[in-house]
Design a protein around this ligand. Structure first.
Ligand SMILES: Nc1nc2c(ncn2[C@@H]2O[C@H](COP(=O)(O)OP(=O)(O)OP(=O)(O)O)[C@@H](O)[C@H]2O)c(=O)[nH]1
Length: 379
């Protein structure tokens, strides 16, 4: 449960979707909740939570993979409960905001062909996506309009890192993605409350309200929230046009230039992918990670976000690695299936990342039992 002290705005009841006609071939438009939020804030955690809760909805999820299509995002979304996840469709061509017209629309249309399998859609954008253009497409695409409608935009915010993310100013003086994501939100989950003090939470509420004073702010841990705040809000059924960030960002909070709503990313942030076919050893992986995350220099790589699916030597379990800045965790994620591709896959998002040297050091450290890696934890 969240510990919001604010009254939620009135939710608009939407009838559960039913076929329009007796032959079950035409369907009512399906609601879409856009899940936005900066790198590592807790978006996938929220999606997984929704999938495992009882809400009577059959949910389809669209996730957006970073960089090349490695299947990591897909592996992170787990349907453990009663809720059905009929399809995962990944957009293989970078962020949604950069490929809105083609991949995003095609993906939704493809999903709508299996309309009988689901009655709600969650779209999880990447941590660097500006949700504005995606929301606009849900309005303006004639073909899509009949099949889906935007229900609301939920932005997950990392209480531990928000201050830092908002402080980052773009060289071109536009609002940062973190600010835009807050600006567009109807509902904001101020997540990871376990990592900050009550005083910090209060200050963060102030920072968020300075950007978007009209959103509902819910303080959460592991993105756990009463789903009445997330599903079937009907927010945009009450509005006459697409959402706009501009009216929500107060002029003094974040400087906005002419192109504030265009999909341009923070300069210097980029993504590298590492693929390793040999099995890896878990302890050396942890040491390699700790060196990368904790021993960084100003000239060296700076990791904002790292995710990996590991094939660990001697284990039948898939292992997932999650890092947000200097925090990381490694989790078992179910047994490998027969015939499943066991390539170890890693995606790193950050600055000054050199793919070739990262791959070389990872392979040397984590796949060769003869190599010993000096790290503080092992010494
Ligand atoms: N301590 C703590 N960790 C959390 C909380 N919520 C999520 N996490 C962890 O934060 C990490 C990132 O969570 P994700 O849900 O993958 O974040 P995301 O926004 O989907 O990340 P990207 O897709 O990279 O943008 C994972 O290791 C989560 O287990 C929380 O409330 N408290």
């Amino acid at each position: 449960m969240s510990d919001s002290d604010e009254e939620p705005p009135d939710a608009v009841a939407i009838e559960p979707p039913v076929p329009k006609n007796a032959s079950n071939t035409e369907w009512c438009a399906v609601p879409v909740t856009l899940v936005s939020g900066y790198l590592g804030a807790g978006k996938t955690t929220l999606v997984n939570y929704v999938l495992t809760e009882q809400h009577g909805r059959r949910i389809a999820v669209i996730v957006n993979e970073y960089g090349q299509d490695l299947g990591i995002e897909k592996a992170m979304v787990q349907d453990k409960g009663e809720a059905l996840v009929e399809e995962f469709v990944e957009l293989g061509n970078g962020c949604i905001c950069c490929s809105v017209k083609h991949n995003f629309v095609a993906t939704l249309e493809q999903l709508l062909q299996r309309r009988d399998k689901f009655d709600y859609v969650l779209i999880e954008t990447t941590g660097l996506a500006d949700p504005g253009p995606i929301a606009a497409v849900l309005w303006t695409d004639d073909e899509l309009e009949a099949g889906v409608f935007l229900d609301s935009i939920v932005t997950v915010v990392d209480a531990c890192n928000l201050k830092f993310q908002l402080r980052e100013r773009r060289e071109d003086n536009l609002a940062t993605e973190a600010a835009l994501q807050i600006a567009y939100a109807d509902t904001i989950l101020l997540n990871k409350k376990d990592l900050v003090s009550t005083e910090d939470l209060a200050a963060l509420r102030g920072d968020i309200s300075a950007i978007n004073s009209s959103s509902e702010i819910l303080v959460t841990e592991r993105s756990r929230v009463d789903l009445a705040h997330i599903l079937d809000r009907g927010t945009y059924r009450l509005r006459s046009g697409p959402p706009s960030a501009a009216h929500r960002i107060t002029p003094t909070a974040i400087p906005l230039g002419e192109g504030a709503l265009s999909a341009v990313h923070d300069s210097g942030i980029h993504t590298v992918s590492l693929l390793v076919s040999a099995e890896v050893m878990l302890e050396p992986v942890k040491c390699w990670l700790e060196n990368l995350l904790w021993e960084s220099t100003e000239a060296g790589p700076e990791v904002l976000r790292l995710k990996a699916l590991l094939c660990v030597a001697g284990s039948s379990e898939r292992h997932i690695v999650q890092c947000v800045r200097d925090l990381y965790e490694v989790m078992e994620a179910g047994a490998w299936q027969k015939g499943e591709d066991r390539t170890t896959r890693m995606v790193i998002i950050g600055r000054r990342l050199d793919q070739a040297s990262l791959l070389k050091s990872f392979e040397a450290a984590c796949t060769d039992p003869k190599v010993t890696i000096p790290c503080q934890r092992c010494e």
